[in-house]
Design a protein around this ligand. Structure first.
Ligand code: GLY
Ligand code: MN
Ligand code: MN
Length: 433
């Protein structure tokens, strides 16, 4: 709770006095009829509050005499709690979650316009919560209608998410610890899949091994739906059907990460279904691995955030010319982005509470500089479609990606997902064991 309080303080300092921040959490979502999806709070909301119940709205008012942090939440209700679990209630919000004041969520519509009256600036996540987007202009119009009585109301509206996302981009010690755990758990899941894999298994069998390992270790939610693509399915970037049979002689690409304490891991490994890389698979795999090593080497403070991508495409393009997958001069292929034919996505994205985490990639229209506390993925790949007639037959239908989660440190970087093997000899040794 001290960590959440520190974040609220920091945000309030950035907002200044005479301002108010309003931040709702995510709604509970129906899956079908009366069954809901597992509940997950909104990342921005959780980042500031640590509160995990739906139907909650946080309000921050820097230096306000009646308290700076107000939480609208559900009241206690013994009948509903008997069926659906305990609630913190208004007292719990204050006692356990550090709210200076707590009000029932049913009072939001009545209480918020009053709070807005005395503020000059309003911060809220514009465009993210349809109900709030609809109500905010109504509330402000109602205040304006009272202007003859001397009430002025807010004059500026700011996107709260932009400030918060800049904060979230730089991970503190507790966040890094959660991310280390999320990465280690997912890495153990990948190892388990390597050990379990046998020709003839359905792809979903590997997914189940991953989910079992993660859930056993306390990470019951995946960070995103797992991709388990055997053979040419690996060339479909977001393949999630995971229902085909894994064939002897094919590779399998698995992109799977878990969530721990609301922090994500995002790991991809590609390995031979039968445990041994063929000479052709070995050549292509080593090229992607070399590109990944080159990209990771660029992760250090002061480097632009696209430096890993630039390094990866240089190695990949050079290798593709050598293997006769592409023709032409390296400089021209790089300039014209000819490598995109077989490597069509970026090498990195920010990672944090969300798998494609928040935070701007550009500053003053240029790739921003890497700084300690940022976490990004490094995930080069090569995908040669089965029907690609321009390349030798031996390469067709192979898809490879290798993805790690990398923290920028003062000295350079730390690979959080290093427990999942990726060198050819390590994978073969683990699969043989
Ligand atoms: N798993 C999604 C990604 O790698 O970006
Ligand atoms: Mn991934
Ligand atoms: Mn990723």
């Amino acid at each position: 709770m001290t960590e959440f309080k520190r974040r609220r303080r920091r945000l309030m300092r950035l907002m200044g006095k005479d301002s108010i921040a309003i931040l709702p959490t995510a709604p509970a979502m129906t899956r079908s009829r009366d069954v809901e999806h597992p509940y997950r709070p909104d990342s921005d909301f959780y980042y500031l509050t640590g509160f995990t119940e739906p139907e909650s709205v946080a309000v921050l008012r820097p230096s306000h005499k009646e308290g700076e942090y107000l939480l609208f939440c559900r009241e206690r209700d013994p009948k509903k709690e008997l069926w659906n679990g305990l609630r913190a209630g208004l007292e719990g919000a204050k006692k356990h979650y550090g709210a200076d004041e707590a009000l029932t969520i049913g009072k939001l519509n009545e209480a918020l316009p009053q709070m807005l009256e005395s503020c000059e600036r309003v911060y809220y996540p514009i465009g993210h919560h349809p109900e709030l987007d609809r109500l905010m202009p109504e509330w402000i119009a109602a205040i304006r209608a009272k202007s003859r009585s001397g009430i002025k109301g807010p004059r500026e509206i700011h996107a709260l998410d932009l400030i918060l996302h800049e904060m979230r981009l730089f991970k503190g010690a507790a966040e890094i610890e959660a991310m280390r755990i999320a990465a280690v758990i997912a890495a153990e899941g990948h190892k388990r899949m390597m050990r379990a894999c046998k020709p003839g298994m359905p792809e979903y069998r590997l997914e189940s091994e991953f989910l079992h390992e993660c859930a056993t270790r306390g990470a019951r939610q995946a960070a995103y739906p797992a991709i388990v693509g055997g053979g040419a399915n690996a060339c479909i970037l977001h393949y999630t059907e995971n229902n085909e049979v894994l064939r002897d002689g094919d590779l399998v690409l698995i992109d799977a990460g878990c969530e721990y304490g609301c922090y994500a891991s995002d790991i991809t490994r590609t390995f031979p279904v039968n445990g041994v890389f063929s000479p052709v698979q070995r050549e292509l795999y080593q090229l992607v691995l070399d590109a990944q090593h080159a990209a990771i080497a660029e992760v250090r403070p002061g480097n632009p955030c696209n430096a890993p991508h630039e390094a990866a495409v240089r190695v990949l393009a050079k290798g593709m010319i050598k293997l006769e997958l592409l023709k032409g001069l390296l400089s021209r292929l790089l300039k014209k982005e000819g490598y995109k034919k077989f490597f069509m996505h970026r090498t990195s994205h920010w990672l944090g509470m969300d798998v494609h985490d928040v935070g701007a990639y550009l500053k003053d229209e240029k790739p921003r500089v890497l700084q300690p506390g940022m976490v990004l993925t490094i995930e080069p790949g090569l995908y040669i479609p089965r029907e690609c007639k321009e390349v030798a037959k031996k390469w067709r239908g192979i898809g490879i990606r290798i993805e790690d989660d990398v923290l920028v440190t003062e000295e350079g970087h730390e690979i959080l997902s290093t427990a999942a093997p990726k060198e050819i000899h390590e994978i073969e040794a683990l699969m043989a064991s």
